[in-house]
Design a protein around this ligand. Structure first.
Ligand SMILES: [Zn+2]
Length: 160
């Protein structure tokens, strides 16, 4: 297990489409472990493989710190509703922006044994699923921001 270097906006690897995972090797398992470690270390709620420079369709999410989800080759089956709120990304450090997302998402994915399962999420989990899946197609949330991208430090300076 290891902490991997998180790629930041401007790195071309973040704008490439990822390849489907066809088999789980020891290297894949190591990557998954490292992705969880890297996400927790950075206090993130989600991380996609291209954010650590690997162009594979693998995402890890944990919006509570107690419910880790691994999504391999995820596909959105259903969405409904709408939520508008702040969103950030480990690849865009110190920034935040307002993004509208579905409030409910149902996704099909594969686990670490390539067995299929479905996951439903609402609110923050739905937002995280949509955000992370877009990384797999080379997209960042900044493309969807309504208004300006803000500095996190500006937002909180009045509270000190
Ligand atoms: Zn992100």
């Amino acid at each position: 297990m290891a902490i991997r270097n998180i790629r930041e906006m401007g790195d071309p690897v973040l704008n490439k489409a990822c390849k489907e995972v066809k088999e789980i090797t020891d290297r894949t398992r190591e990557l998954i472990d490292d992705m969880f470690d890297t996400m927790y270390e950075a206090n993130g709620v989600g991380l996609a493989a291209p954010q650590v420079g690997i162009l594979k369709r693998i995402v890890v999410i944990d919006v509570t710190g107690e419910n880790p989800y691994l999504l391999i080759n995820p596909v959105i089956l259903e969405t409904s509703g709408e939520q508008t709120g702040n969103e950030g990304c480990l690849s865009v450090p110190g920034r935040i922006g307002i993004v509208t997302r579905p409030n409910y998402v149902k996704v099909k994915a594969y686990d670490e044994n390539l067995q299929p399962f479905e996951l439903e999420g609402t609110e923050l989990l739905a937002r995280a699923i949509c955000h992370e899946l877009e990384h797999l197609d080379g997209h960042l949330y900044v493309e969807r921001v309504e208004g300006e991208l803000m500095n996190v430090s500006d937002m909180y300076e009045d509270e000190e």
